[in-house]
Design a protein. Structure first.
Length: 540
């Protein structure tokens, strides 16, 4: 049942948690989903559209882990096709097109160029065959070969020695954190409840067919005891922690990225190529007004509860890749705006494979009544959710047939017509806000809709997030609700006074709270989103 717009903020959260402690009925749910990344969000959204009482719990902020630190690609997995994963590729290209159709402005087409060099693998004819199959699966012919003489307008600065030309094809790009948040919000507007900063400490079946779930308020220390007919563990890289199994199935792999000002590394589309050292695929692509270079693929052996951070060797690896393929723009450490590192929850084969050879399909385990799902790709979150729901009938016999309806609901086209906005900005806001864009329009002003210098974001988005997107900390706002911390110098330190003034107005933070939030955010950014200290490092 569709709900009207309602604020989703710390005040709402406090009332909700108070209700859990006062009303025994409020502590009983049809389904509890643990994990607020894209997989948990997709499952939550599909359960909510069923009209079930569903609760989503996230131990940090929504999309805090992998789902705000991916490579932002909504793609069909071309390299998986080359590896023979035909089912995953077919599924992915179809879901990619679905997302492009349903969420324009949030999921956008992005051309790719793959340069070909004399004597290098793969030759253009072979890559063309792979792309033909790729396009056949997608149902659209979307590739062509550009000869050397045609390339200059598309990719200035490319390595020229032996260059034959480049294959151009199409995939898509998104803001993964915004995608996750919008999926969660769609579920809430259909009647579900979602709460961040809630850590599940235990989950076990009871004799009456229900599951007991103990969940602790991370910052308040209060523990709530909930009951549910079904529990889904969608915690990604953390999935093994809650499972009733002595065998670890998740292989956490770290992927890191460098962010540059667009002027330092100007690309209008993704340049895809193989790293000269290990032949792994690397991308240089435009995103949110900056240029990103990624990604690495390494075993991540450090504490999962600590934010991932790029290593010195990864910085060197990505810098050398960019300078090798785009020598016309020889970037250095001094050019880097920021970094990010995410941990992918890859299902381990147990065969000791190189990280890049592990399969990316998802898996589901059912142990003591707990459904655990992990692995998979950002692009296929809806298919993963359907797979989970197909196994839920034994716990929820009255559940309806799975819906083929859209994941996203659009807002009225005329909602932003009264503002002085370009068509691209209007499309972008529609994509991020969906059916809530009309409510957003009632709060926005022309002045606050102007882009913050050096970014694609505006003050109105900050205010909206503070009122309606359950921001608990400054880093929630700067690194996930918006990407100001990723795209502005020094994490946006120069605009923090203005941002914190908005926090005072909307969240009633006092001066002491503003000071502590500033310090915590800047420490977080320096440790996990800046370059590692260059002590003892040779200049790049």
């Amino acid at each position: 049942m569709q709900a009207e717009h309602c604020p989703w903020n710390p005040a709402w959260r406090a009332r909700f948690l108070q209700g859990l402690g006062e009303d025994s009925k409020a502590s009983e749910w049809d389904v509890i989903v643990i994990g607020g990344g894209i997989t948990g969000a997709g499952i939550f959204r599909e359960l909510a559209r069923q009209g079930l009482r569903v609760l989503l719990l996230e131990q940090r902020d929504f999309a805090w882990g992998t789902s705000s630190r991916s490579s932002k690609m909504v793609h069909g997995g071309l390299r998986y096709l080359a590896a023979g994963a035909f089912g995953l590729t077919r599924e992915s290209v179809r879901e990619r097109q679905r997302l492009l159709d349903e969420a324009p402005g949030l999921v956008e087409p992005l051309p790719f160029l793959y340069p070909h060099y004399r004597g290098a693998f793969p030759p253009p004819w072979l890559f063309g065959i792979v792309l033909a199959l790729y396009d056949l699966m997608a149902g659209i012919w979307n590739h062509r070969f550009l000869r050397h003489a045609e390339l200059q307008p598309y990719a200035p600065g490319l390595r020229e020695d032996g260059l034959l030309g480049a294959m151009q094809f199409a995939d898509a790009v998104t803001d993964d954190a915004r995608l996750t948040l919008r999926v969660i919000r769609e579920g809430m507007l259909d009647g579900g409840s979602a709460v961040n900063y809630m850590r599940v400490s235990s989950c076990h079946p009871e004799g009456d067919g229900l599951h007991a779930v103990a969940v602790e308020e991370v910052e308040g220390g209060v523990t709530h005891y909930l009951r549910s007919r079904m529990v889904v563990n969608a915690t990604g890289a953390w999935a093994d922690i809650l499972r009733d199994s002595t065998t670890a199935s998740i292989r956490p792999l770290r992927g890191s990225h460098l962010v540059f000002p667009a002027g330092k590394l100007p690309v209008g589309q993704t340049i895809s190529f193989r790293h000269p050292d290990d032949k792994r695929p690397v991308f240089v692509f435009p995103w949110e007004g900056v240029t990103v270079v990624g990604t690495t693929d390494l075993d991540h052996a450090t504490d999962l509860d600590a934010e991932a951070a790029i290593s010195e060797s990864e910085v060197d690896y990505l810098l050398s890749a960019a300078r090798y393929q785009l020598p016309g723009y020889p970037v250095t450490r001094a050019d880097v705006l920021s970094t990010w590192s995410g941990v992918r929850p890859v299902i381990s084969s147990g065969a000791g494979l190189d990280p890049s050879q592990e399969k990316r399909e998802h898996s589901i385990w059912e142990e003591s009544g707990l459904l655990t799902v992990s692995g998979g790709k950002l692009t296929t979150f809806r298919v993963i959710a359907e797979d989970v729901l197909s196994r839920a009938h034994k716990y929820l016999p009255a559940m309806h047939e799975l819906s083929e309806g859209p994941v996203f609901s659009a807002g009225p086209e005329e909602a932003l017509q009264g503002f002085r906005l370009s068509p691209d900005v209007r499309r972008r806001l529609h994509g991020r806000l969906g059916r809530e864009v009309a409510e957003f329009a009632t709060l926005a002003t022309d002045a606050e809709l102007q882009a913050i210098a050096g970014s694609t974001f505006c003050r109105a988005e900050l205010r909206w997030s503070l009122r309606n997107e359950c921001v608990m900390h400054l880093d929630d706002l700067m690194l996930r609700r918006t990407r100001l911390g990723n795209v502005l110098p020094h994490g946006g330190a120069d605009i923090l006074d203005d941002v914190l003034q908005l926090c005072r107005e909307e969240l009633e933070w006092d001066a002491a709270r503003c000071t502590s939030e500033r310090e915590l955010y800047l420490q977080t950014w320096q440790r996990h989103y800046a370059l590692p200290p260059a002590t003892g490092h040779k200049p790049s």
